[in-house]
Design a protein around this ligand. Structure first.
Ligand code: PLP
Length: 410
């Protein structure tokens, strides 16, 4: 997707940031607790002197916070550079360490690219790995019965995204976890988008491995974690100085990890979830008043399952409105949105997630994602709802084309 120059962006007032599924603003409180570890308390946690000791205490405190937040033990949390690394580690390590049991992996058609591409890579090795991609229904839910039928004697791993990054579908991981445990198959879930926005308990939900990251929850970029249940057959990911109990060598990003834990402490508050939900519902209901508009992903009210949509996700399509044109006009209006996930936003490839829920290529081209955070305000949503009907109307009439073309040609 083509985007307008940043130069126009800095000229005027603050943007309305509705792309929190791509990344979030760092919470100033998070930055504050990180700063000492970038300045005065810069020791290496592996060092035995006073600065090293301080860093190591901070690192272990952060580990405790993250472990508690998901019902895990401290020794089951391993820090990484983010969601991509944790997902790669989980999939590839389980695959290589459990070949004696089998080489079959089950995942879904709506995973993040780092899962899909890891699966593709494993299959491409020619070592016999086989991947089953589960279908999803039109709201993005897998069918647990289909999963049950897909599990074979040689299945070693089921990897299913918890909260979908594009359409916000939250899978029933408790039910999936139980099925996997009953069948003696490892269950991994990518919880980057759902962490702190849903209840996660790795024991109650029978989760063996879980991917987390910081930058989706107002923490710093480049930090994440992999939860590995004690006893899971997984081997070291990076070899070197033996950090992270020998499982992931490399000097740990102490300031990042401290910021990650602070972001979790602040984020795990039900009032933030309820606040984002109110904004989300207001935005969805307001946008649905525009003629020929449809919500992509789970319904927010009349869904028989209850509310199984991420509290910050809106993905919507406006008939005959090209998402690239709409995104660019909104950008000019200082509203940051996305046509899909951040990773696919810069490619013209139609979203695999929207395809999986049955949308046509035309529907996909008409779809836009708006993702909220606790830092968005009611006034911002009012502003978006005020300008959208006019923009949509003009795009449908084709009367924005001149204005748009003049911006793109700058
Ligand atoms: C669901 C999901 N998994 C994984 C990732 C990758 O995480 P990171 O950017 O920390 O590598 C993202 C971020 O785009 C995501 O949304």
């Amino acid at each position: 997707m083509k985007f307008l120059g940043i130069d126009q962006f800095n000229e005027r007032e603050k943007a309305i940031y509705l792309d929190n599924g791509a990344t979030t603003m760092i919470d100033p409180k998070v930055l504050k607790v990180m700063t000492p570890y970038l300045t005065t308390e810069y020791g290496n946690p592996a060092s035995v002197h006073i600065l090293g000791k301080k860093a190591s205490i901070a690192l272990e405190d952060a580990r405790t916070t993250i472990a508690k937040s998901i019902g895990a033990k401290r020794s089951e949390i391993f820090f990484t550079s983010g969601g991509t690394e944790s997902n790669n580690w989980a999939l590839k390590s389980i695959a290589f360490n459990n070949m004696d049991k089998g080489k079959h992996i089950i995942t879904t058609k709506i995973e993040h690219d780092c899962i899909l591409n890891s699966c593709k890579w494993l299959k491409g090795l020619g070592m016999g790995f086989e991947i089953t991609y589960l279908n999803v229904d039109k709201e993005g839910f897998i069918d647990v019965e289909e999963l049950n039928e897909a599990i074979r004697k040689d299945t070693i791993l089921v990897s299913i995204i918890h909260g979908n990054n594009e359409i916000g579908t939250i899978q029933e991981i408790g039910e999936i976890g139980k099925l996997c445990r009953d069948n003696n198959v490892y269950f991994h879930t990518d919880a980057c988008q759902s962490y702190t926005k849903t209840n996660i308990d790795v024991r109650k939900q029978n989760i063996d491995l879980m991917t987390l990251n910081a930058h989706k929850i107002h923490g710093p970029k480049g930090v994440g974690a992999l939860y590995i249940r004690k006893g899971a057959n997984i081997k070291p990911w990076q070899h070197g100085g033996g950090q992270e109990r020998g499982m992931r060598s490399g000097t740990v990003n102490v300031s990042g990890v401290v910021g990650f834990a602070e972001a979790v402490k602040i984020g795990m508050d039900e009032k933030h979830i309820q606040y984002m939900k109110r904004l989300r519902n207001k935005l969805i209901n307001g946008l649905l008043e525009i003629p020929d508009t449809q919500l992509n992903g789970p319904a927010i009210d009349k869904n028989k399952r209850g509310d199984w949509r991420l509290c910050n996700n809106v993905n919507i399509r406006f008939k005959n409105v090209n998402n690239e044109t709409l995104g660019n006009i909104l950008n000019i209006e200082r509203v940051c949105t996305s046509a899909g996930s951040a990773c696919s936003a810069r490619s013209s490839k139609p979203s695999h997630v929207l395809k999986a829920i049955g949308l046509t290529d035309a529907d996909i081209k008409n779809s836009i994602r708006l993702t909220l955070s606790r830092f968005n305000t009611n006034e911002e949503i009012d502003k978006v709802l005020e300008i959208m009907p006019g923009i949509i109307k003009k795009i449908r009439k084709g009367s924005f084309l001149d204005k748009f073309a003049s911006y793109v040609s700058r």
